[in-house]
Write a protein that binds this ligand. Structure first.
Ligand code: MG
Length: 383
């Protein structure tokens, strides 16, 4: 088990649950970060007494500094402080920020050889090859927190060898609009999209689940985490979210990891690995469930997933462009400035206009990220 943690994105859904898990397991929290929610950051700082608190938004950091003036907790703002939060205080960093802002602090933490409990999928989607290569060089462990990847990680660990792996079966709930046609999703509002049937999550990931871009991001994340080619990953719809993903071995054996849909479980395992500790999470009541169902995704009803799988095959900057364009498009949708179906349309066009092939450097990837965001902001009125 890790002996202390830093939590990037402690005010988000996974971040809050991470603090609860840490409290229950008596793991000291050395540093936390958020963006603008300084009320909650202050509350968390007083409860967990970290050495350092970062508000990524610099204006908010100034206010937080005043709010915590009666304590001896250090306060910082901006990307340097976020990277400090990741590097300077604990040997394990939980990266639970939303979006590609997680990339630089994750790379900084890897540079220190820290364990990364990875809950930020955009980091690997944007720069998976660079991140995984650095992690190997620095012998930094990357333990997935995303429930599907935690499942795959556990299934592979039970077997002990990735060599015998034939295929990854990545399960998807299908989101709240599973099986709906494009006509039927035309009038989807942000309120409808953020109400997920199985998981309670932040707004961005809830919209990603509704478009199934989340599964697309996870597809690319899995490719990098487990060093497999896109043809070795199969997405399967499993609406009950009891199986969190499976691994198929050469001999035809399939291993699955099961549990109730509760992020506390994969969060805890990323902190206690390779040990297992008792938890508050109930086990599934199988007799009550009575059946588990599975479907193949229908390509015409899952355009974002198909786009992500296409970007995975294209390589180059395609996935980074897709992910950044999607972040901006989802944000516009949440502010009612873009229609639900237009998210996929504008992201696909951004990929077509901006992405390049070849092996990109970090600078090239960051340039592509910025260009993708600009494309969406400049063109959103046309959709
Ligand atoms: Mg997931």
């Amino acid at each position: 088990m890790v002996n202390s943690i830093s939590v990037l994105g402690s005010t988000g859904s996974v971040g809050k649950q991470t603090l609860d898990v840490a409290e229950r397991l008596n793991i000291p929290v050395k540093a936390i970060s958020g963006n603008r929610n300084i009320k909650l950051l202050e509350k968390q700082a007083r409860r967990f007494k970290p050495e350092f608190v970062c508000a990524y938004d610099e204006e908010s950091a100034k206010h937080l500094k005043i709010a915590l003036a009666d304590t001896n907790i250090k306060v910082g703002g901006g990307m340097t402080a976020l990277s400090d939060c990741a590097c300077a205080y604990a040997g394990c960093v939980v990266t639970a920020v939303s979006g590609s802002v997680g990339l630089i602090p994750t790379l900084s933490a890897i540079g220190e050889g820290h364990r990364i409990a990875l809950a930020n999928k955009e980091t690997l989607v944007c720069a998976g090859e660079i991140v995984m290569r650095r992690a190997r060089e620095k012998e930094a462990e990357i333990i997935p927190v995303d429930s599907e990847h935690s499942a795959i990680f556990q299934c592979l660990e039970a077997q002990g060898k990735e060599k015998a792996l034939k295929r990854i079966l990545l399960t998807a709930s299908g989101g709240p609009f599973r099986g709906m046609t494009r006509e039927e999703t035309e009038k989807v509002t942000p309120e409808m999209a953020v109400a997920h049937p199985n998981w309670s999550m932040g707004a961005k990931i809830s919209v990603d689940s509704a478009t199934m871009m989340n599964k697309g991001l996870e597809f690319i994340e899995a490719m990098h985490l487990f060093s497999v080619t896109p043809d070795k990953i199969k997405v399967i719809i499993h609406p009950e979210s009891i199986i969190h993903s499976m691994v198929e071995y050469k001999d035809g054996c399939v291993m699955a990891q099961l549990g109730v849909p509760d992020m506390a479980l994969p969060i805890q395992y990323a902190l206690t690995y390779p040990e297992r500790k008792s938890s508050n999470t109930p086990v599934p009541d199988f007799a009550q469930l009575s059946r588990l169902t599975f479907f193949d995704p229908e390509p015409q009803k899952t355009p974002c997933l198909m786009l992500a799988m296409d970007c995975a095959r294209r390589g180059g900057t395609a996935a980074a462009v897709m992910s950044a364009a999607n972040e901006e498009a989802v944000n516009l949708f949440l502010h009612k400035k873009l229609a639900f179906n237009a998210i996929c349309d504008i992201v696909a066009d951004a990929v077509d206009y901006i992405s390049t092939s070849g092996t990109p450097t970090l600078d090239v990837l960051q340039g592509a990220d910025e260009a993708a965001r600009r494309f969406v902001l400049e063109n959103c009125r046309k959709y």
